[in-house]
Design a protein around this ligand. Structure first.
Ligand SMILES: NC(=O)c1ccc[n+]([C@@H]2O[C@H](COP(=O)([O-])OP(=O)(O)OC[C@H]3O[C@@H](n4cnc5c(N)ncnc54)[C@H](OP(=O)(O)O)[C@@H]3O)[C@@H](O)[C@H]2O)c1
Length: 286
């Protein structure tokens, strides 16, 4: 397949590499061109603009930071949407909220482009290993068309319903993820204040059903006090903000979510935004 790929950050360049290694024809664009160097050395073609990345493609994959970035690259000068071939598919793997997906799907539809929202569960390691789980919304025919791409970038695709339902699942997924991390960080801080050692706290809490399994991985970052980003804290804050906005749009009260998102907001303000979201512990501890 001929594939355009826009957004070569922590996740995107690893996902793109798996597509290339699987033999797909790949055209790539990224705001910071150097991040494409390893891909172009391995055979990907560089595009100077978002619109140049989508000429004659069967599928465009986007893995971008925020919905504002997607909107800009899709719709502004040299944007990709108007340049996409009629009947092509746009697989957006970025984490955005369902309301945005549905709005974009309408605009894409007007250009004859089929949008699939397929945000991912899994971080840097699973992206490199082709072990992501895709939470997909869209038409079954479009998801079936993209199945070879899902199969080489991930280990599973869950089709959750019409367009926007992948994003809906991702909202509640990250509500759980961000809340569990913040609760664990608070537990460590309180436990240490009460005279328990950090290693004892980790040993007891992580062996008990009160802890989410991913916290074992995050404890290793806390032990080493090394928070190089797998999943940047500023994107966790963004996702919790989008979950809160989605709750407002649905008329649902989420008081716990709103408190947690403000913890991440303060941690970002304290300069931890580009570190892994496990650095919320560092913020609370200090
Ligand atoms: N990291 C994870 O573990 C993880 C897991 C699941 C989902 N996600 C989601 O996946 C998406 C990408 O995450 P990531 O971790 O790969 O983030 P990242 O490393 O920060 O990459 C973000 C991408 O967006 C581009 N971008 C940011 N601002 C831009 C702007 N103003 N104009 C043009 N391009 C811009 C970046 O370009 P530059 O390279 O030029 O900065 C880069 O390609 C996010 O929506 C995130 O929430 C991440």
């Amino acid at each position: 397949m001929r594939i355009g790929f826009i957004g070569l950050g922590i996740m995107g360049r690893r996902m793109a590499r798996n597509l290339l290694d699987d033999g797909h024809e790949l055209v790539v664009y990224n705001r910071t061109p150097e991040k494409a160097d390893a891909l172009t050395a391995a055979g990907a073609v560089w595009a100077d603009t978002p619109s140049a990345a989508v000429r004659d493609v069967d599928v465009l994959v986007t893995m971008l930071a925020t919905h504002v970035v997607i909107q800009t690259l899709a719709l502004e000068e040299d944007g990709f949407l108007a340049a996409m071939p009629k009947g092509s598919r746009w697989l957006d793997c970025s984490t955005v909220h369902p309301g945005f997906v549905r709005w974009m799907a309408g605009l894409a539809g007007a250009h004859g482009v089929h949008l699939i929202d397929a945000p991912v569960a899994g971080t840097k390691g699973p992206a490199a290993a082709g072990e992501l789980v895709f939470l997909a919304g869209g038409r079954k025919a479009d998801i079936d068309f993209c199945r070879p791409l899902f199969d080489c970038m991930g280990r599973k695709v869950v089709h959750l319903g019409g367009v926007g339902q992948g994003a809906a699942m991702k909202m509640v997924f990250n509500l759980m993820l961000g809340s569990a991390m913040a609760a664990y960080a608070e537990a460590l801080v309180l436990g240490e204040a009460l005279g328990l050692s950090r290693s004892t706290l980790a040993e007891v809490l992580l062996a008990a059903p009160v802890s989410a399994p991913f916290l074992k991985i995050k404890q290793a970052l806390i032990d080493q006090e090394d928070f190089e980003a797998h999943f940047p804290l500023r994107w966790m804050r963004k996702d919790l903000q989008l979950a809160s906005q989605s709750a407002y749009e649905q008329g649902v009260a989420t008081p716990g979510l709103n408190a947690v998102k403000e913890i991440y907001a303060l941690a970002e303000k304290a300069g931890l935004g580009k570190q892994d979201f496990a650095a919320v512990w560092k913020f609370l501890a200090e």
